[in-house]
Ligand binder design. Structure first.
Ligand SMILES: *[C@@H]1O[C@H](CO)[C@@H](O)[C@H](O)[C@H]1NC(C)=O
Ligand SMILES: *[C@@H]1O[C@H](CO)[C@@H](O)[C@H](O)[C@H]1NC(C)=O
Ligand SMILES: *[C@@H]1O[C@H](CO)[C@@H](O)[C@H](O)[C@H]1NC(C)=O
Ligand SMILES: *[C@@H]1O[C@H](CO)[C@@H](O)[C@H](O)[C@H]1NC(C)=O
Ligand SMILES: *[C@@H]1O[C@H](CO)[C@@H](O)[C@H](O)[C@H]1NC(C)=O
Length: 457
């Protein structure tokens, strides 16, 4: 052990004990999301009673909690998330080896390891089947996000935590919390002078210098407290009618010979100029690209939502050298309950983008849980398992992804049962989001019931 330890600098050691050499038949790999490279055998191992974790070549201690805590504290975009996991199958006592460059890679590796462990109800032990395992893994995209919206319904902290844990299980790394729209009232509650008028409260008063001072102040405070790389400056669905009808703003517009759409452009570009010196990467919704794309900062990340992937907007953004995040609403908006898990799985960010230089500008994607029809009572089953389907699209290399969703239905169905076992209220796989089970029986068969029921109807 001492010798080996030195060979695995930066590694983590998981201790498992070989049980028997029984060869199982042709079994599927039940890991979600599917790793980049997987090799396995036919032996079954049993976790030892004193199963534990030893670390070496790292300052992290061997307590899971230590590693987990760091995962949440220093999460950063673009960091090395790769890991190698090797579980040998020979010898009396075998050690699983997990090697990673960062704590993120280590945690992803532990998540994968946990999915290889199964409880055997007959022997009452935890088994690792299909050993030896050799897994080399890293994400396809660094930007793998889930947005939740706390502005339409209050979401208490325990609810937000319940969303975070399954994110780690699916290797999603960015939780984006929508607090308020670009021009929304929450900001205005503290500062009513940001409104055009008490009766017309959004978008924020473009004619008032104080508006931009407040934006600057907020971004400055945020940059001191949080180590975020991106700031989302919005810019979607802006309706300038309050600007055109409020006398002092109308006067300001006339003096500058601007109409509302020009004022919207002025507002977005000025907000960009404020954010850049604070060191942020700026995200703006796709409307900004459509309306005044050539004037956006070259550092802008365009956030797609209206246009279907392959429809042209994402292609246009990357062709112009701008980076892009994919969230097209018909496939990756979780509040669209008629968007099936299959659509979530099949939504390919590279659709119609073949140039490798352009592909590099696609940072990844974000599934969005807008909050009009969810609150604590139904958020989990609206998010899962559909967000998990998208998570594999964002994690697994393109050539490893299934061409047809039926190829992954069984594996995703098992993963959703694992989520249930871990206490996550993930819904059965069916046509609609947050469907309930339609009949008695094993969790593993629920998609069959739903499938048959819907087929018969
Ligand atoms: C452990 O911490 C020490 C002191 O902060 C540092 O010099 C060293 O590089 C760290 N080692 C690793 C492997 O991160
Ligand atoms: C803004 O917030 C108010 C509640 O303060 C809500 O009624 C309204 O729908 C929100 N508007 C947008 C665009 O989010
Ligand atoms: C903008 O807001 C005004 C006033 O609320 C409304 O009458 C108008 O229909 C809105 N325009 C659009 C394009 O939504
Ligand atoms: C605003 O002004 C610009 C420049 O004159 C013009 O191209 C655009 O059509 C105007 N938009 C509206 C909504 O009137
Ligand atoms: C991709 O490009 C082809 C050829 O221009 C076009 O027919 C298709 O609609 C585009 N979009 C998708 C989603 O395939």
């Amino acid at each position: 052990m001492g010798e080996k330890r030195r060979n695995f600098i930066g590694g983590l050691f998981l201790v498992v004990v070989l049980l028997s050499g029984c060869v199982s038949g042709d079994v599927d790999v039940n890991i979600w999301p599917m790793p980049k490279s997987v090799k396995y055998g036919g032996e079954t191992l049993q976790l030892s009673k004193d199963f534990g974790l030893e670390t070496s070549g790292t300052n992290f201690s061997d307590h899971f909690g230590d590693i987990e805590r760091w995962f949440f504290e220093i999460l950063q975009y673009g960091i090395d998330e790769s890991y190698d996991l090797y579980i040998p199958s020979n010898g009396d006592s075998v050690y699983a080896h997990l090697q990673a460059q960062t704590v993120y890679g280590a945690l992803h590796g532990l998540q994968t390891f946990s999915q290889l462990c199964q409880f055997n109800f007959e022997t009452k032990t935890i088994e690792v089947q299909q050993a030896p395992w050799s897994i080399a893994d890293e994400p396809r995209f660094s930007y793998r996000g889930l947005l939740i919206d706390t502005s339409r319904h209050y979401l208490p902290l325990p609810t937000i935590k319940k969303v975070i844990y399954p994110m780690a299980y699916t290797k999603l790394v960015l939780l984006l919390i929508f607090v308020s729209g670009f021009g929304n009232i929450t900001m205005g509650v503290g500062y009513p002078q940001l409104w055009p008028s008490p009766s017309c409260q959004q978008p924020l008063d473009v004619s008032n210098e104080f508006t931009f001072e407040v934006i600057d102040g907020i971004l400055s405070d945020f940059s001191k407290v949080f180590n975020f790389k991106f700031v989302h400056l919005g810019g979607d669905e802006v309706n300038g009618s309050c600007w055109e009808t409020t006398p002092h703003i109308k006067y300001w517009l006339r003096k500058r010979q601007m109409n509302a759409s020009e004022a919207y452009e002025y507002f977005v570009l000025r907000a960009q100029k404020i954010a850049l010196p604070h060191g942020y990467e700026i995200v703006n919704w796709e409307e900004t690209l459509r309306n005044f794309g050539s004037k956006l900062s070259p550092k802008t990340v365009v956030h797609n939502w209206l246009d279907r992937v392959g429809g042209g907007l994402v292609q246009k953004a990357v062709a112009e050298g701008l980076r892009c995040i994919v969230s097209n609403q018909e496939n990756w908006y979780l509040d669209h309950l008629d968007a099936t898990w299959k659509q979530f799985y099949m939504n390919e960010p590279f659709t119609n983008i073949t140039n490798p230089e352009h592909q590099k500008l696609v940072l990844g994607g974000e599934v969005c849980m807008w909050g009009e029809t969810i609150d604590t009572s139904d958020i989990e089953q609206t998010i899962w398992p559909r967000a998990a389907a998208a998570a594999e699209r964002m994690w697994t290399p393109l050539d490893q992804l299934a061409r047809h969703p039926r190829k992954v239905r069984g594996r995703l169905s098992r993963f959703r049962c694992l989520l249930n076992q871990r206490g996550v209220a993930a819904a059965p796989l069916s046509w609609l989001g947050r469907d309930a089970p339609t009949g008695p029986g094993s969790c593993y068969n629920q998609w069959l019931y739903n499938y048959n029921t819907v087929q018969k109807k």
